[in-house]
Design a protein around this ligand. Sequence first.
Ligand SMILES: NC(=O)c1ccc[n+]([C@@H]2O[C@H](COP(=O)([O-])OP(=O)(O)OC[C@H]3O[C@@H](n4cnc5c(N)ncnc54)[C@H](OP(=O)(O)O)[C@@H]3O)[C@@H](O)[C@H]2O)c1
Length: 266
Amino acid sequence: MNTATGTGTILVTGGTGTLGRLVVRRLQDAGRKVRVLGRGRHEAADGIEFVTGDLATGEGIEAAVAGAEIVVHCAGSSKGDEVKARNLIQATSGAGVRHLVYISVVGADRIPVVSGVDRAMFGYFGAKRAAELAVADSGLPWTTLRATQFHDLSFMTVRQMAKLPLIPVPTGFRVQPVDADEVAARLVELALGAPAGLVPDMAGPRVYGMADLIRGYLKARRKHRPMVPVRMPGKAARAFRAGANLAPDRAVGHRTWERFLAEQLS
Ligand SMILES: NC(=O)c1ccc[n+]([C@@H]2O[C@H](COP(=O)([O-])OP(=O)(O)OC[C@H]3O[C@@H](n4cnc5c(N)ncnc54)[C@H](OP(=O)(O)O)[C@@H]3O)[C@@H](O)[C@H]2O)c1
């Protein structure tokens, strides 16, 4: 029965991604019935039902939300998350969803995306903010959690940068990486609880200068690369330099970047 008995299907959009996979595993561990929405075709496996659909176009989404009691919206990409959220919400109309849970990013409300330069480099934050507003205005009971950058993304970024012969480092940029599985645990806790609106941010245990993060990676890989400071233009970059992407007072994550890095490189 799809009511407060807590046995109904939980749809995890983006359940094939870094965060979504961890959310799916934790929901299963909690004994919940899970359906995953993604663009690729997957056979049902390990008790997980897969539905193929594209949130950017809305194709296949109605079938994904049909009969879902809770929707945990983890699907996302560097562009167009506001469109994905709106298409998802539209499809939920009359579907009986009693809780929509959304993962956003710290700084979504503080990083102004106004000029072309802002949009080119930080359009992601503007899209996440628009998606947050769509969720809040959806008419569905909702919960939104903002998290800082996951260790996985920081790792991918520094690894890519370390391939360059000369590494450009944005002046004054800092990051506060957090463990994706810790975010997944919190998201599952929120999903299985009562709708709570915008909840306190979730950030990693320490703030790092971008240069320090790259230096740490290079040292661990025994690599040497010159770094060149680059001052990024625009209002969004200025907000970044002021720390709008950080939540030092919400450094609730436990697993450190150093531990994550050591495990990745071991
Ligand atoms: N990574 C971070 O540092 C970070 C920090 C804060 C918040 N977040 C947010 O957390 C969420 C998950 O991030 P992640 O790093 O786990 O992302 P990810 O590993 O890139 O996974 C993205 C997921 O979204 C799905 N997806 C993308 N476009 C889709 C579309 N048009 N239709 C349906 N599904 C689509 C992908 O599924 P298929 O490829 O199978 O279609 C995949 O499962 C995102 O909303 C992101 O903004 C991430």
